[in-house]
Write a protein that binds this ligand. Structure first.
Ligand code: 4FV
Length: 258
């Protein structure tokens, strides 16, 4: 996977490329991250990438020309195959595990990082092939959003995660009994010490009974999802066991606390 990042702050990405998963994927050859300074695609001596908004109002807007030049330069490169041109913005569709899975199937992704008030709308309409948001809040730039997309996608590339870090147990991923990408929240995790400040680890996890442990984890994942993100349950294929567990959970919730 090749990530082509177009930004006025290429140095912003230096550190995340030198640590953790993105470092490992670069060294392992599963991912390549190419940083492009948008100012290199300007044609004036001030290397201007933005201008005042037509119609007045606060702030500045990214001009279309440098962005079109940057992407068309990449399109002219011999690799040739079509690739998504993704604009990061609050107006985009929400990044989910499913969307990350979809993006991970491509060989190359261009990520456009805006600043100021955003980009000229003709970029969104005629250059970007997709628009992604990482959440309903406003950042001062698209760089953090691009970093989130890279991390979420790179984790799904074959060979990046070691077997100790299985995607299977991920929140929102299909997991063992549900199919499709819209999964549920993750189960609780515990590690040593078995007792901390009087708080003990659930006995079942110390039992060695893997079937009981699997069931406990499924139940707790369903319970956490039912309490915190019930909407997720509507878009996941539940097994008979899941439905039975959910009944137990709902009935337990109705019982007066002892
Ligand atoms: C954003 C988001 C985001 C908006 C104006 C950059 C900022 C500034 N991008 N998900 N939320 N972008 O807030 O993706 O140009």
């Amino acid at each position: 996977m090749v990530f082509e990042i177009i930004t006025i702050f290429p140095d912003f990405f230096r550190s995340i490329l030198e640590h953790g998963l993105l470092k490992r994927a670069r060294v392992g050859g599963q991912a390549e991250i190419r940083l492009h300074d948008l100012r290199d695609f300007t044609d004036d001596r001030h290397r201007t990438v933005d201008d005042r908004p037509f119609g007045g109002g606060p702030g500045m807007v990214f001009k279309p020309e440098p962005l079109f030049r940057a992407v068309e330069t990449l399109k002219a490169e011999p690799s040739g195959e079509a690739f998504p041109v993704i604009l990061l913005s609050p107006q985009g569709r929400l990044l989910t595990q499913a969307v990350a899975g979809e993006l991970a199937r491509h060989q190359r992704l261009v990520l456009l990082c805006a600043r100021y008030e955003g980009v000229d709308e003709r970029v969104a309409e005629h250059l970007a092939t997709d628009e992604l948001s990482i959440g309903d809040y406003v950042l001062s730039g698209g760089e953090l959003a691009a970093a989130v997309v890279m991390e979420a996608v790179t984790r799904l590339l074959p060979g990046v995660l070691g077997n100790e870090e299985s995607r299977e147990q991920d929140s929102f991923s299909g997991g063992e009994s549900t199919v499709g990408a819209h999964g549920i929240l993750d189960c609780p995790h515990y590690t040593r010490p078995p007792e901390f400040r009087g708080w003990t680890v659930p006995e079942v996890l110390l039992s060695g009974n893997h079937e009981e442990i699997r069931r406990w984890r499924r139940r707790r994942a369903l319970e956490k999802t039912w309490r915190r993100r019930p909407n997720l349950l509507a878009s996941v294929a539940l097994s008979d066991e899941d439905r039975k567990l959910l009944e137990e959970i709902k009935n337990a919730a109705l019982e007066p606390a002892r």
